[in-house]
Design a protein. Structure first.
Lengths: 117, 117
DNA sequence: CGTCATGTGTCATACCTAGTACACACTATG
DNA sequence: CATAGTGTGTACTAGGTATGACACATGACG
């Protein structure tokens, strides 16, 4: 699994090649944290930041928040809330899908989307 | 939503009617926490305990761990891990199912269980 | 009646989370 | 060459998490 910090650094530096506004300092300022803190995050010197900060960072770097949160070892609060409202149901479903191949899960997603319930 | 503490208390006292071994003290000792701490948990004087403690408590009181964790505002670590391994897929699925009625979700569960992938 | 168990109040604590503040050395640019 | 911007090291902290230790008053049991 790719580490959170390095992934961020790579992404930011890529963006920076075309746009000087993607420096540690400026990105940090835009998402409302200290530059030194972002630097440490990117080098993995500290643990990934809070969910809120991770999401702001994801948006800033035009990345999928759920993917970044996953790398940070977290699951989005809104997903957790959905699960908590019907814990038995969702726990069973998710454990059921643990070993299912991607295409099987996708099929379920599509079925539900087009479902006529 | 029922609160975590009171639900625990109620359940424990119910068990206690038939079995004197379900006192605050004895339950606490069996699951490895201080009696005073369990007392505070049951009265909601402190926040619900850690996931590990909650699960031990659930087993001790013969309750569904996922349900108790949900009341505690948490989602089981093993479910989170499943989601984190394929964040996009599961995020989409779960958000898709947010408004789906129970029977629709259950249908999906059954389909997957009997699925031929 | 003694003693054992019960629930709870008070106080203390170790560790974690999620950062801030500031200075310093290097680099690029006009 | 000045200066503006860059990344990073060191030091610090407010607030929360998850308990532990112990004493005390009450109630039940033999």
């Amino acid at each position: 699994m790719t580490q959170f910090g390095p992934a961020i650094r790579e992404r930011r530096e890529r963006l920076r090649r075309d746009d000087r506004r993607y420096s540690v300092r400026q990105v940090a300022t835009r998402i409302g944290i200290e530059p030194a803190y972002l630097s440490k995050i990117e080098r993995g010197e500290v643990a990934p930041p809070s969910e809120a900060t991770t999401v702001r960072l994801a948006k800033e770097l035009d990345q999928d928040p759920d993917v970044l949160l996953a790398m940070a070892g977290k699951v989005s609060g809104d997903l957790q809330e959905i699960i908590r409202k019907r814990p038995k149901l969702f726990a069973e479903l998710i454990r059921q899908l643990k070993e299912a191949p991607d295409h099987a899960v996708l099929r379920v997603v599509r079925e539900v989307r087009d479902g006529d319930w």
